[in-house]
Design a protein around this ligand. Sequence first.
Ligand SMILES: NC(=O)C1=CN([C@@H]2O[C@H](COP(=O)(O)OP(=O)(O)OC[C@H]3O[C@@H](n4cnc5c(N)ncnc54)[C@H](O)[C@@H]3O)[C@@H](O)[C@H]2O)C=CC1
Ligand SMILES: O=C(O)C(=O)[C@H](O)COP(=O)(O)O
Length: 382
Amino acid sequence: MKIFFDENMPYANDFFSDFCKAEELIPFSGRDLTAEQVLDADVLLVRSITKVNEALLKNNNKISFVGTATIGTDHIDQAYLNDRDITFHSAPGCNAISVAEYVISSLVILAERYQLDIQKFSVGIVGGGNTGTRLSEKLTALGIDYIICDPLLEQSKNDNRVFSSLEEVLKCDVISLHVPKVIEGEHPTYHLLDKSRLNNLKNDQIIINACRGEVIDNQALLALKKQGHGLKVVLDVWEGEPDVLMPLIEYTEIATAHIAGYSLEGKARGTEMLYQALCDHIAKQDSSSIEYKYQLVNFLPPANISMIKLNQEFNEVILNQLVKMVYDVRRDDAIFRQQIASQGFDSLRKNYPVRREFSSVQVTLLPNALSDVPHHLGFNKT
Ligand SMILES: NC(=O)C1=CN([C@@H]2O[C@H](COP(=O)(O)OP(=O)(O)OC[C@H]3O[C@@H](n4cnc5c(N)ncnc54)[C@H](O)[C@@H]3O)[C@@H](O)[C@H]2O)C=CC1
Ligand SMILES: O=C(O)C(=O)[C@H](O)COP(=O)(O)O
């Protein structure tokens, strides 16, 4: 069985080498994959930069499984795969914690930079799926008020949370975007933040886009900022990646190369989810029983600093120290500003330095501590 996998997929060799001979487990560069290369692939495992469609697969008559180790699926023509009876799996939620921690780190940094009280922020979350929910849990842990807009979940009636309108969410101090890229249909997200909505934002608001670049009209945002609007902008994703609207960078508070989901755990969870999906697929084909021989916990190394003991009650200063110790988003912002022109977008992503999630660090509280915020925020208890 020939398995083609994106070279930027951690632990792929560990998870997939049992399925085939070593020479049949073939890494590829995601942006450059051609139909010629995957002519005889049985299994194709991609990340978000590979478009999987008829053009890529029309000459391959063997392929039975396509997986993407990502949450977003806008790069996959699922209707085409369905027509050809090719099994498809994505990795829902794999890096949702990572994105939520990117947002928390951004809030901590902006609160410090502008001497704002983080607990007084009101946060409007657009998209109440896996990532929006993980973020809302962390905001709850910190006692920060939030509202969520998600017309699809609201209509589904399977979700008993209270939802707000987009208009209400756009009035919050912080607007955090967590929707898929959807161009058509009843609830499109393409240019959800268009010129008119951007122009209605207030000078003291913060907007964070860590979902897909096209959700904000980047030209309209640049025009607004050039007029001197005070909106604080955090951009992890850009319209037209891997190209970036370079003049926009200087108007951002934090700018990064689509790495919000790039914690080691987040990326590797995507690989593990595809491993499990492929085990299921093969068991179904062979009518055999499913066995997941490998687990991510067996591969993840300990964090560089894996234990912290608090010697006073948790407070905002400690929040600032803990969050920055595990993930200080300014590191990625500095790399981006210094290297985007010389290295290019994809290279910054490919060479991303290791970043861990809060859960990689065990935090011991004071005996009889009054609050347990660090553990609710995601730090490890034991
Ligand atoms: N920057 C990064 O590194 C990453 C970006 N992403 C992006 O973030 C997106 C969201 O991720 P998840 O929350 O995990 O996906 P999800 O699929 O769990 O949730 C998305 C939610 O958005 C809602 N939604 C769809 N259209 C909407 C609209 N017009 N208005 C409000 N809500 C709407 C859906 O109903 C759904 O509940 C992904 O589709 C992906 O494009 C995901 C992971 C990492
Ligand atoms: O999961 C998603 O959706 C994302 O946006 C990922 O962070 C994308 O990472 P790559 O697949 O582009 O490495």
